[in-house]
Design a protein around this ligand. Structure first.
Ligand code: ADP
Ligand code: ASP
Ligand code: MG
Length: 845
């Protein structure tokens, strides 16, 4: 004898049922077979809704019956040849009529009992099993329909009846040993049973697995096969963790723990009867029958997987009993458990502090109200005399569990679990570890489940793979280049660093696009490429963004926080203050921030310091390499020097590509190239801020040297920087157009600056300088200044062309000859690559 169980999704469509028939047909010749089936998928839920609707006096129940009738009659028509349909259609219609007459009663009486609900739910399995039985007949496979209600005997706990195993075994064995009952194929409905009075009962949601196990154990078959819609028991629920993998072999105990903690693939009570009889369970995929699936048997395989799987249960609440009255007095725990048991509330998890000052239990959310009444009533006296607090309830929680029999031999599992969760800002409300050390469970906020499961899966099963979720704000020149670079480099990062960089969000100032699976970049438009038109790339990201929902940057950030994805990185490639204002919110949720935007780091010191400490406290990265010198490794080099114990004594730098360009091109007005024209040229070529005064006035350079000074450990403000501006005060008045007019008027001033330098054989360069040496006038504070200087040919700064930057670090280790960093300090491509490098750094942190 063999027992094969097919679940709801395996009998949910005509196509699926055909696959079931093919699988069984190939097997039935060799050994007598019991096939247990569930209701077609969704039908049990529909029946429950039907019962509720009818019993509330709502006529809408008739529509539900109609849809039930259609679904089953359609199945009959599709599965059976026309000539053989009528008998089965009659059966289906008769069953539907029975449902109808029950519902009429419910509708008129406006009352509902679990008994009648069980009665009605049973039709799901009866209908499916009768129809599939007819389909076998039509295929020439003889079968006999086996009424599970007559075989499986239970108590009267309707909706989750307890099976009388001894009586049930006797009944099943008596039936099968009777010579008149010998057949090749038995078709049995799962889920349903009956009590001593002969009333229909059900075995609890998902109970068809249990039905099959009961038949298998009673007949001591050699194996129980559970056919479902996934290729075995997996390392996690594949709907939550897309990278979950099938587990080839697992022990009964591990499978039991996983299912107890939410792995729906197998109904928890299923394992007990077959485990007692040493019958292995084989989980197989109806839709991929050649896949080996999962074998559940006695021993846990001796491999190096000390964590076999992870699972989760949503909709949990934590009940805590606290108070001095609990200490040292026996019996409290028992009274708590008894009070819950009397109300049939099952406890999923227990934790007790060793001081015995409190005990917490996790129960299903739907039991909260009942539990509160029951427990407060039980401890009324103690609560009144203030020995105990009234029961404390925390809602909207979830349980996550790590399961593996070998974990007891591997120290550090819980440490790793808590580190991974903590590093991603996931708060743990309670923890419990079974004394047999087969599981570690933690209670977390329901909102964090998806993130926690993916992180734990990554940590315990994918040591070779890390998925990073990137949210980009800003799609100007730099943002577009960045997306292009990530797209081109993605495969390489996956193979060399095992990093999967998913761009899940893209936003501009008006709209944002979020796709949790990763935005399709396949036809990504390079916005700076003028040959590329939108119409030729109908579905690239910029078109998707144009069609996306409108919203401010705050809306974007709210959505990011709400999605709560693991390993999230927010990338600010704007120059916008409102975007910079969101960093604190993000960092305090453990989301890393990579900023090209300089505003946050050059804002008041307290704000900058707060962002840095938020990042540290929430284990998030806060990186801004491109704040200074675009893609040049300036900030990271400075950080490396300091972290390795060096001290920055002095920094001298040309940090403005714009100013460098202007002074490289201005030759005292030669050939009519006035200073104003050179500035205009710089602006036209895209090297200046929209208002060039930010560059020419020195603000941009001040921000950059301030950031370097701060990173070197000096708590300075913008006001502490001396700016020896070369721009006459009159240039700061009015609009940008006014500014250009004024520049023209001031040409003699600029010519004089130029001539003075040229006469001395020097070039003009705008230099930023930081000196940490104690200075009496400054009360020991570091000196930071920016200004135009005459540069001698012997200086490092003399031969600095185009928009290059140059930074000289004088440190303890580089006292005389500085550490030099030189190269392009502006440009979309190099800036994007600096941002990209920060993203990779944040991802690997
Ligand atoms: P059936 O209808 O065959 O009884 P179920 O829906 O009850 O199927 O169970 C199969 C589903 O269980 C899978 O589709 C999957 O989404 C879910 N599931 C949850 N945890 C796991 C896990 N660890 N391994 C495999 N599937 C799981
Ligand atoms: N049809 C029942 C349910 O949906 C039993 C099962 O599918 O196993 O819960
Ligand atoms: Mg199931």
């Amino acid at each position: 004898m063999q027992v094969l169980k097919f679940g709801g999704s395996s009998v949910g469509t005509i196509d699926a049922i055909s696959k079931v028939i093919a699988i069984v047909k190939a097997r039935v010749q060799k050994t007598p077979t019991i096939v247990v089936v569930s209701a077609m998928s969704g039908i049990t839920d529909q029946l429950i809704l039907l019962v509720q609707t009818a019993s509330q006096g709502n006529e809408g129940y008739k529509m539900i019956i109609q849809s039930l009738a259609e679904k089953h009659e359609d199945a009959v028509r599709a599965l059976l040849p026309a000539s053989q349909q009528s008998a089965t259609l009659n059966i289906a219609q008769q069953l539907i009529q029975e449902i109808e007459s029950h519902c009429e009663g419910l509708y008129l009486k406006n009352e509902l009992s679990l008994q009648i609900q069980d009665q009605l739910m049973s039709y799901g399995e009866i209908l499916s099993s009768k129809i599939i039985a007819a389909a076998f007949e039509a295929e020439g496979v003889d079968q006999v329909w086996l009424d599970s209600r007559a075989m499986i005997k239970t108590n009267s706990s309707y909706s989750s009846a307890v099976v009388d195993r001894a009586l049930t075994n006797q009944t099943i064995q008596a039936y099968f040993t009777n010579p008149t009952n010998q057949h090749a194929l038995y078709m049995a409905p799962g889920f349903i049973a009956s009590n001593a009075a002969g009333h229909t009962t059900t075995l609890g949601r998902g109970g068809s697995d249990y039905t099959a196990a009961i038949y298998a154990a009673a007949l001591t078959v050699s194996i129980l096969e559970i056919w479902t819609d996934v290729s075995g028991m997996m390392t996690a629920d594949p709907r939550i963790v897309p990278h979950a993998k099938a587990i080839p072999k697992i022990s009964y105990h591990e499978a039991m723990e996983l299912s107890h903690f939410g792995a729906k693939i197998i109904y928890p009570p299923t394992i007990q009867p077959v485990m007692q009889a040493h019958i292995p369970i084989w989980i197989k995929n109806t839709f991929e029958p050649e896949h080996p699936g999962t074998l559940i048997e006695i021993a846990s395989p001796k491999d190096d997987h000390f964590i076999r799987g992870i699972s989760s249960i949503q909709d949990i609440c934590l009940l805590s009993l606290e108070g001095a009255g609990m200490v040292g007095i026996p019996g409290f725990t028992k009274r708590l458990f008894d009070a819950l048991a009397k109300k049939q509330i099952s406890i999923i998890l227990i934790t007790q502090s060793s001081s015995e000052h409190s005990i917490s239990v996790g129960v299903s959310m739907q039991d909260t109200h009942l539990a509160k009444i029951a427990v407060d009533a039980e401890f009324e006296e103690e609560i009144n005399s203030q020995l105990l607090e009234p029961l404390i309830i925390e809602k909207e929680l979830a349980i996550i569990a790590l399961v593996g029999e070998q974990m007891r031999n591997h120290p550090g599992v819980s440490g790793k679990m808590f580190t991974v969760l903590g590093a991603n800002g996931i708060n743990i409300r309670a923890i419990a570890q079974g004394s047999s050390e087969k599981n570690i469970t933690a209670v977390i906020e329901a909102h964090d489940v998806h993130k926690a499961m993916n992180l734990l899966h990554e940590a315990f099963f994918e040591s070779t793979h890390k998925q990073v979720n990137v949210f980009i704000a800003g799609v100007g020149n730099v943002g577009s280049k960045l997306i292009e670079q990530i797209k081109l480099q993605a495969a390489n990062l996956q193979s060399t660093l095992r990093l999967q960089i998913n761009i899940v969000g893209i936003a501009n100032s008006k709209k944002h696009l979020i796709n949790l699976k990763g935005i399709d970049l396949s036809n990504s438009n390079n916005l700076t490429d003028s040959n590329n038109t939108h119409s030729s790339h109908a579905h690239d990201w910029s078109d998707q963004l144009a069609e996306a929902s409108s919203g401010t940057i705050q809306d974007y950030v709210a959505a990011i926080l709400d999605h709560n994805l693991p390993n999230s990185i927010f990338v600010d490639v704007t120059a916008n203050a409102a975007v910079a204002d969101t960093y604190a919110q993000l960092l305090s949720k453990g989301i890393s921030v990579v900023a090209c935007n300089k505003i946050a780091c050059s804002s008041p010191y307290a704000h900058y310091a707060n962002l840095k400490s938020l990042a540290q406290n929430h284990h998030a990265a806060f990186l801004f390499e491109t704040n200074v010198g675009a893609g040049l490794p300036i900030v990271s080099t400075l950080n490396d020097l300091i972290r390795s114990g060096d001290t920055i004594k002095k920094i001298e730098a040309v940090l403005s590509g714009t100013l460098n360009f202007v002074f490289n091109h201005y030759e005292g007005g030669k050939d009519g190239k006035t200073f104003a024209r050179v500035v205009k040229q710089a602006q036209d070529e895209g090297y200046t801020e929209p208002d060039p005064r930010l560059d020419l006035g020195g603000t941009d350079v001040m921000r950059k040297i301030l950031i370097l000074a701060r990173e070197a450990g000096h708590p300075l403000e913008m006001e502490d920087i001396m700016n020896e501006s070369f721009l006459p005060a009159s240039c700061f008045n009015g609009s940008v157009a006014d500014f250009y007019n004024e520049l023209e008027k001031q040409e003699p001033h600029f010519k004089q600056l130029y001539d003075a330098a040229a006469t001395a054989g020097c070039k003009l360069k705008f230099i930023a300088k930081f000196e940490s040496e104690a200075n009496e006038k400054m009360n020991g504070m570091a000196i930071v200044k920016v200004g135009l200087q005459h540069i001698q040919p012997s200086s490092d700064f003399f031969h600095l062309y185009g928009k290059d930057n140059l930074v000289l670090f004088y440190t303890n280790r580089y006292p005389e000859l500085p550490l030099v960093i030189k190269g392009a300090g502006a440009g979309a491509d190099v800036t994007a690559s600096g941002v990209f490098a920060d993203i990779i750094r944040a991802a690997r942190a």
